[in-house]
Each structure stands twice: as C-alpha cells, then as structure tokens.
Design a protein around this ligand. Structure first.
Ligand code: 4NP
Length: 157
C-alpha cells in the first residue's frame, strides 16, 4: 500500500482539500492507497476544514466535512511514503524536522507534479474570497489527477 500525506500550514484549507480529492479518486479507481493530511502549525488541531473550503468541496462533489486538522509530527516520516508540501515555507519546515536522507527524499513540493521543477506553491486562500477557494480547488484537482496517473503507472515515489 502506498501512503501519501498532504501538508499545508493550518490543515484546514489546502491540504484537506488535496487529501479529499485524492481520497475520492483512489476510491473511485479502487487503488490500494492511504491518504491523509496535516498542518505544520497546530493553530487548528481538532477542527473541521474551513467552512469556505467545505462549501467549495461540497459544490464540487468532493465533501471534506469529516476531516479533522492535526499537526505534522516526525512519526509521519515513518508512516508515509510521500509527503507533499503545499508551498515552499511548509516544505522547509517539514525538512527541518527530518533527520535522515531517506526521510528528506520523501518530501516534495506538491505543484511540481503539475508544473515540474517550477517550485510553485498552492496560494493560501485563508484571507481570500470564495473565488480564491474555487481556484485552489481547481489547481488541486489538476495536481491530484497527475498524482493519480503516477499511482496507476507505479511511478509515484
Ligand atoms: P491552510 O490555510 O494552510 O491552507 O490550512 C491557512 C489556515 C489558517 C491560517 C493560515 C493558513 N491561519 O493563519 O490561521
């Protein structure tokens, strides 16, 4: 089983949406993949995703109301094969917690799957409008499609 972790700052906007999208797609494709998400910060631990992200998710047939925020921990390095950071700040903060080369290799910038080597980040919609949440959804939908194809090809690593 492949285990994939999505990570952002608060684990209430970007990473739960990436998590929900990939969970839905692996389920639809009956793939043996475990998906979860976490935040590098603990401000929102135990909370449901942001209500604007939940609304956008529901409007796009990918509900995420059942998810709960948690903070990233060093044990995630042992429990996951691939750790996707939503932006470069999160990427740096995850790398700071890794203490082996093997762990460091698991950490990737998520949008490099969609736009290879561009090191783009998923924009943080927290202080934005509902339209910004939809843009984030659209971006995550495209990027999770690429990840899904890699899972099917056996080229996820
Ligand atoms: P996320 O968005 O990292 O995509 O979950 C944020 C959520 C909360 C905050 C910042 C970003 N905050 O400052 O509380």
């Amino acid at each position: 089983m492949t285990r994939i972790l999505m990570v952002c700052l608060g684990n209430i906007c970007r990473s739960p949406m990436a998590d929900g999208l990939l969970r839905r797609k692996v389920k639809e494709n009956k793939l043996d993949v475990f998906v979860d998400s976490a935040g590098t910060a603990n401000y929102h631990s135990g909370s449901k995703p942001d209500e604007r992200m939940c609304l956008t998710a529901k409007n796009n047939q990918t509900p995420i109301d059942d998810l709960k925020a948690r903070q990233f921990t060093t044990s995630d390095f042992d429990n996951f094969d691939v750790i996707y950071a939503m932006d470069s700040e999160n990427y740096k903060n995850i790398l700071k917690l890794s203490n082996t080369e093997e762990n460091k290799k698991k950490v990737k910038l998520f949008l490099n799957e969609l736009y290879p080597a561009e090191n783009q980040g998923v924009p943080d919609p927290y202080y934005g409008t509902l339209a910004d949440f939809q843009s984030v959804y659209d971006l995550l939908d495209k990027a999770t499609d690429v990840v899904l194809t890699k899972i099917k090809n056996g080229t996820i690593r």
